[in-house]
Design a protein around this ligand. Structure first.
Ligand code: PLP
Length: 367
């Protein structure tokens, strides 16, 4: 039996009756955009994340874009982020007309290194955009201090950190805003594209609600220039159903991570880092080794799918040649791209699979 890195069908099967019931209700309600299902989900998601407000939008990319716009980021400004992240972190910056400036990562946590951030700040820097990568929270106290010292905004890319904690709090407690994606494979995933921004500040909440709906204060009356980026009623209804299971699903992931740890910690591979003051949601289970490519091929031959997040750092992507970066500019991010490998991990995965995958890895290392 082939082992997939991620399988979404089991979760859907378990919730199918409820999902169909909600679908029927929404379809027959005649209200598909900006209705009660979205309002309910926004309240639930704000409560879940421990923030005052949530605003549902059309994707994680647009969540970041709209948060940057609400924070005042404009053409000509600079936004500092990590080169070791998903493309959309960068796309969102580009959409604002600002320039993305990269800072290298910490090789143990894969998150942006606050010391290298401080070196990149110029008079044009408007915001820091750390990413809580693979579910590991970035060093928020240090980043908040840097932001405060320079009077710049802190926006969190929380697209991979639903339920993760830093010193007891979730994303949204540290930055002006935190941006979530509900892309289907995220820890909380919709059945299509969806995203949300959470914040504790009313002024951002008010701005974001205008920005996602053409800037309309009332029907056909615009007070600012906005776009169309709304989380629709069907997706909101599905997300409400799934949100109730998120903590349990994260616990299941954590249990699987425990099995991987037990099986693999004596091998010469680097396992996900466990800091005493963070709790990660194991969005993906990423190991690293200099024999990455050979290991991946070996596992594929054993019928085990793995993935590489991410094979190319953003500063070396062809499309980003215009930024003028070179090989060697961010050595830790570049090295991570050559060494990381994501093992099979999803909440419903049978623990036996984690053991089988581990056995194959031990076989590779002839242990
Ligand atoms: C998934 C993801 C996004 C973008 O989300 P979409 O909903 O696909 O637009 C942004 N940043 C990171 C780190 C992501 O993993």
């Amino acid at each position: 039996m082939y082992i997939w890195r991620c399988d979404l069908t089991k979760q859907t099967e378990m919730l199918l009756e409820q999902l169909l019931q909600e679908t029927k209700e929404v379809l027959l309600s005649g209200k598909y955009i900006l209705g009660k299902k979205l309002e309910r989900f926004e309240e639930e998601f704000a409560a879940y994340t421990g923030t005052r407000y949530a605003v549902g939008v059309a994707s994680g990319t647009e969540a970041i874009y709209l948060a940057l716009v609400a924070a005042g980021v404009k053409h000509g400004d600079e936004v500092i982020t990590t080169p070791f992240t998903a493309i959309p972190t960068f796309s969102a910056i580009l959409m604002t007309g600002a320039k993305a400036v990269f800072a290298d990562i910490n090789p143990l946590t894969y998150t942006i290194d606050p010391n290298s951030v401080a070196d990149k700040i110029t008079s044009k820097t408007k915001a820091l955009l750390p990413v809580h990568l693979f579910g590991q929270m970035a060093e928020m106290d240090e980043l908040r201090q840097v932001a405060n010292r320079h009077g710049i905004k802190l926006i969190e890319d929380a697209a991979q950190s639903h339920g993760s904690l830093y010193k007891g709090s979730q994303a949204g407690a540290f930055g002006e805003m935190a941006c979530y994606s509900f892309y289907p494979t995220k820890n909380l995933g919709a059945f299509g594209d969806a995203g949300a921004i959470v914040t504790n500040q009313k002024e951002y909440y008010d701005q974001l609600k205008l920005l996602r709906n053409y800037g309309q204060e009332a029907l056909y009356r615009t007070v600012i220039n906005g776009i169309n980026s709304r989380l629709d009623e069907l997706q909101a209804a599905y997300l409400s159903i799934k949100l109730k299971h998120l903590d349990h699903w994260n616990e299941q992931r954590s249990h699987l991570a425990g099995i991987y740890y037990q099986q693999l910690n004596h091998l010469s591979v680097q396992l996900p880092c466990e800091l005493t003051y963070t709790r990660q949601n194991y969005h993906v289970y990423v190991i690293r080794t200099q024999k990455r490519d050979a290991l991946q091929q070996f596992l594929e031959e054993q019928g085990i799918q793995t993935n590489i997040y991410y094979p190319i750092p953003l500063h070396l992507q062809k499309s980003n040649a215009f930024l003028g970066y070179n090989h060697g500019d961010f050595p830790e991010a570049e090295r991570a791209c050559e060494e990381v490998l994501a093992l099979p991990m999803y909440p419903e995965m049978d623990p036996e699979i984690a053991i089988r995958v581990s056995k194959a890895i031990k076989q590779f290392y002839k242990y």
